[in-house]
Design a protein around this ligand. Sequence first.
Ligand SMILES: NC(=O)c1ccc[n+]([C@@H]2O[C@H](COP(=O)([O-])OP(=O)(O)OC[C@H]3O[C@@H](n4cnc5c(N)ncnc54)[C@H](OP(=O)(O)O)[C@@H]3O)[C@@H](O)[C@H]2O)c1
Length: 245
Amino acid sequence: MTETWIIVGASSAMARALARATAPRSATLLLCGRDTEDLQRDAADLRLRGAQAVEVLAYDTRDPGTEAALVARAAALEGPFNVAVFAGAMPPQTEVEADPSLLAGVVQDNFTATGTLLLRLAPLMEARGAGTVVGVASVAGDRGRLGNHVYGAAKAGFATLLSGLRNRLGRSGVHVVTVKPGFVDTAMTWGLDGMFLVAAPEAVAKDILAAVRRRRNVVYTPWFWAGIMAIIRSVPEPIFKKLQI
Ligand SMILES: NC(=O)c1ccc[n+]([C@@H]2O[C@H](COP(=O)([O-])OP(=O)(O)OC[C@H]3O[C@@H](n4cnc5c(N)ncnc54)[C@H](OP(=O)(O)O)[C@@H]3O)[C@@H](O)[C@H]2O)c1
């Protein structure tokens, strides 16, 4: 049986790169996102690249109805499936500081909605006794920085949920990979100041697929972010609280 991937946030450049990498292996792909017309164009391209079947499903983190439809579709899938969650959003920290009511939406997009979806898919995966969950968190979740701590807090929550899910689902043969990208060249980071060591989405997708194959638990991508974040985490709080990062 060929691999099946439910890709949540399928319009992300990283998600597109992952779909393109799996299509030639005759994968079955469910592309889930807000702009279904745009995803239909991806679907046509992926079929040409060798995907066995490609479906497009509406998914909006702010619309529980789309979540219910996605879970129902997953329940009807035959055999084990993989889920990769790329959906997320990063409004500027200054916007949330000006209007703190925005925090709830940031948590919804990066943690609550995607976390709820994974908790609903979990029993389906447990019942099938195989498959992989890929959850895209962020290095931003490793420490609350001046410039990005609302988004970072949501990603930290998501990463903690993934850690617990790994423990739970591992008991039934389902593996969970937590992905922590550094800076990646995507729509999310377009035009942002202060970016360095920016990775291509294709390189991130390659790292993700290698992590799935090797059943890695937590993967920083590109790899050197593991070292950078080890240093950042080790800075004593009295110093860290004065840094302008
Ligand atoms: N780029 C980086 O440097 C970086 C670093 C670390 C982690 N990440 C994480 O990597 C993931 C992919 O991000 P990206 O960099 O590829 O940026 P992106 O292109 O903005 O991708 C974000 C994805 O989330 C979707 N999304 C946003 N709001 C949504 C909502 N309300 N409902 C459903 N889907 C929604 C977007 O769909 P639409 O096309 O409909 O907006 C898009 O598919 C995100 O979780 C991001 O937090 C990115």
